[in-house]
Design a protein around this ligand. Sequence first.
Ligand code: NAP
Length: 252
Amino acid sequence: MLSGKTVLVTGGSRGIGAAIVRRLGAAKAHVAINYAGNQAAAQKLADEIIASGGQAFIVQADVSSLADIERMFGACDRAFGDAPNLDILINNAGVGRSGRDGTLKGADEQLFDELFAVNVKGPHFVTQAALPRLRDGGRIVNIGSMSGKVGQPFAAGYAMTKRAIQSLTFSTALAVAKRQITCNCIAPGAVATDFIAALREKPGWDEATSKHTPMGRLGEPEDIAGAVMMLLGDDARWVTGQVIEASGGLSL
Ligand code: NAP
């Protein structure tokens, strides 16, 4: 089903993005793995996919930079051929507070601007650049967060960026609908990646979060990759403009 399909996964080198890349690689898609700074992690993942008979390459780009986005799609064009040349875009790259004060009371301008640059400006302009390259019948999946659904005074700026991703999903879905391209948002709850490492250092945080989660544990990157895969097949062709939470029921 996904064999030979071309895919760009932003932030595909680690965490949730890497789990998505692994599923796509195993399905024999041709995967562009974008990363920001950690070339070694990206290359290791690409090597792993190639060693198991798949196709992948890495491409460095900071998604908050329009020049980098242009360069990233230039690399994809060289690998995938003339446009339209892209079947699937996964807007996954994102940043959080990383241990900094992200509260409504205390967050500084630098953190606020960084969150919006990577989490909002990035997916907007990556999507814009992808539009003329996407083939009819393609797929766009934006990785949002359950933070975009609920109030989070301890991470207000981050939560705002993830609400914006829902809005981008609705607008994009309408923009591409006539071409039979779908655009949906997967909204994870807490997922055990480097992203929440600072939170997990707090004694008892894992236990408290697991207890608060109806399904009784933290999410794993594979839980989110599975939800993304649901949207990529032909059976999901009529599902568009939706926000689907993958959180073990955390926001219920
Ligand atoms: P992660 O483990 O920190 O990985 C982040 C990935 O994004 C890495 O591949 C990183 O590349 C890349 N990246 C960071 N900044 C970038 C930039 N400016 N340009 C391009 N790539 C960039 O994070 P994660 O947990 O997998 O999170 C992935 C997505 O899920 C994010 O959008 C996040 O908001 C969302 N999410 C996560 C959780 C959670 O609990 N983990 C919950 C809800 C939503 P390098 O390796 O080069 O740094």
